[in-house]
Design a protein around this ligand. Structure first.
Ligand SMILES: NC(=O)c1ccc[n+]([C@@H]2O[C@H](COP(=O)([O-])OP(=O)(O)OC[C@H]3O[C@@H](n4cnc5c(N)ncnc54)[C@H](O)[C@@H]3O)[C@@H](O)[C@H]2O)c1
Length: 264
């Protein structure tokens, strides 16, 4: 009989004492992820290309026992990424959880899709995720021998986006699907690469979620088991699970939080 390892003697979902970093957390899903981690006791560094002061203020007033900092960063800029990660470790002493959530979605149809839109979505969604993973792991998480990374992908990266709305009136474009498919592949590659260092890497793939990104987009719920938009809080809850000690044996996985839109 194998000996059981007591990884979590208390609540397996407790994040007290953990330091988390969330990108794209000025609004939308990122803000809910930051709140969800804070609710479970984590200190959170809120990052965004725009000043994320509102999110920090909300967190500080709701969770006075924890510590929150806001930092501006463009996830496409290597020097900025390396700087904010080093600053986080300087301020908090360690870095346990990285959530790559910042994202953009051009919705232009194929015929008019521009290079600028291609590079913006690929650079933000895929390369930004890569830069944060690289800079967090080497040297910080590697030195700690622990850490967990959660990359926000999308069911577009699995299914190629919804079938309808291909005229540019709502369907996310080719760069978005390609970038999110890339995030999923990168997540699996990294999980294999750094598992031996004590680091786990997973992805959450949301379906349609009500945020500023999807305002005015009409979804067809006929092919979705739970025929409604999801909420940012439902993505926050999934991320909190993957970030927790209770998910210590989970790596390289894509958790679809999509109302059953992507099955099989
Ligand atoms: N809303 C949905 O239906 C949905 C579905 C699947 C996946 N997602 C993914 O979830 C994530 C969050 O989406 P959301 O709906 O909250 O979008 P949102 O547009 O409401 O928020 C995205 C945030 O990312 C920030 N951001 C954009 N570019 C950045 C950059 N270069 N550097 C740093 N920050 C940057 C924005 O300022 C914004 O605060 C994205 O990765 C998105 O692709 C969303």
């Amino acid at each position: 009989m194998s000996e059981s390892v007591q990884l979590f003697p208390g609540d397996p979902f407790d994040l007290t004492g953990k330091v988390a970093l969330v990108t794209g957390a000025a609004r939308g899903i990122g803000r809910s992820i930051a709140e969800s981690l804070a609710q479970r006791g984590a200190d959170v560094v809120v990052m965004d290309v725009v000043e994320p002061a509102d999110t920090v203020e909300v967190l500080r007033s709701a969770y006075p026992a924890a510590r929150f900092e806001g930092m501006t960063v463009d996830v496409r800029e290597r020097a900025q990424v390396e700087k904010v990660i080093a600053r986080t470790v300087d301020l908090f002493g360690h870095l346990d959880i990285v959530v790559n959530n910042a994202g953009t979605a051009s919705r232009t149809g194929l015929a008019e899709f521009t290079d600028e839109e291609w590079f913006r979505d690929l650079d933000t969604n895929l390369r930004g995720t890569f830069l944060f993973c690289q800079a967090a792991i080497h040297p910080f998480m590697e030195r700690q021998g622990t850490g967990t990374i959660i990359n926000i992908s999308s069911i577009s990266g699995i299914m190629g986006g919804p079938t309808s709305g291909g005229d540019g009136g709502g369907r996310s474009g080719p760069a978005y699907a390609a970038s999110k498919g890339g995030v999923i592949a990168l997540t699996k590659w990294l999980a294999k690469e750094v598992g031996g260092l004590g680091i786990t890497v997973n992805s959450v793939a949301p379906g349609p979620i009500a945020t500023p990104l999807t305002v005015g987009v009409a979804y067809d719920f006929d092919q979705q088991v739970l025929a409604r938009m999801g909420t940012p809080e439902e993505i926050g809850a999934a991320v909190a699970y993957l970030a927790s000690p209770g998910a210590a044996y989970v790596t390289g996985q894509v958790l679809r939080v999509c109302g059953g839109a992507a099955l099989g």
